[in-house]
Design a protein around this ligand. Sequence first.
Ligand code: BJW
Ligand code: ZN
Length: 254
Amino acid sequence: MAPATSSVDGELGLGPDSALLVLTGAGVSAESGLPTYRGSGGLWRSHAFERLASPEGFHADPALVWRFYSERREAALRARPNAGHRALVEVERRMGQRFLLVTQNVDGLHRRAGSERLIEIHGRLLGTRCSRCRRPETTDETAYAEGTVPPCEQCGGLLRPAVVWFGEALDPAHLEAVDEFLERWRGGRLVFLAAGTSGAVWPAAGFVDLARARGAETWLVNAERADNAGRFDQVRQGPSGTLLPSLLGVSKTT
Ligand code: BJW
Ligand code: ZN
């Protein structure tokens, strides 16, 4: 019997000439036990994002912001990648350079699952950088004790989590990489697949339009109706841990 992972193309029907751009959001980590941002049980339902995920909020109360991120670091380190993360690793192994994963997630679970062709456009929960100087970002898994705000050893400024807050620019190199991928593979069978994202946050919410403009077929996998669902060709409602393996033709147990 052929291995479960090798022969099936899945509903997306990805063949050797296809290219696949995937955008993931917090819903993909929900089955790993991490909360999403919006919707029931979402972080922004119980926490004011203006105070916790903005440069102004950090300036006003850095200790409060570090408490929030320290708790989330602990949760992310406890979590394990799920079948959705693993399906994306498997499809990357098959497709090589014809595959790119762009995630809005900061939890690090795609990387821990084994994804390598990966761009983390909203940064990393387990990274720290300086709010004042250009000290290089470092990996930092520390959950700081309540009231602690770590100082920068180079300039004495306040260190902050290496995530992208509202009102902050994404790394232009990341957006260029998305554009280059679409440009490189336009003309062939190009597929854009978004999973577990509400389509509420820009610029990621507009990637579907960039992909369509390059002739991509567009697919959405989400538990509830996303804000931008009407702009996709195909919408599948349900859990990504089940739907991603079946769309991608990957065994759920890999
Ligand atoms: C499941 C599931 C399961 C559950 N299976 N599904 C254009 C128009 C309007 C506004 C703007 C615009 N351009 C920019 C803006 C402003 C702003 C913005 O988008 N605001 C909107 C809210 C209106 N954007 C920005 O500020 C961005 N910056 C920017 O554009 O800069 C421009 C600039 C240029 C030059 C100079 C200066 C500026 C930055 C955005 C940063 C977002 N940051 C956060 C926080 C990261 C750190 C942290 O974690 O604390 O990123 S906010 C939060 O939202 C986080 C996420 O990555 C992001 C997206 O959320 P996501 O992943 O979609 O999660 P949810 O919870 O919304 O949805 C989860 C979905 O999963 C749900 O629909 C569920 O149904 C589903 N689900 N279980 C499948 N098992
Ligand atoms: Zn500094």
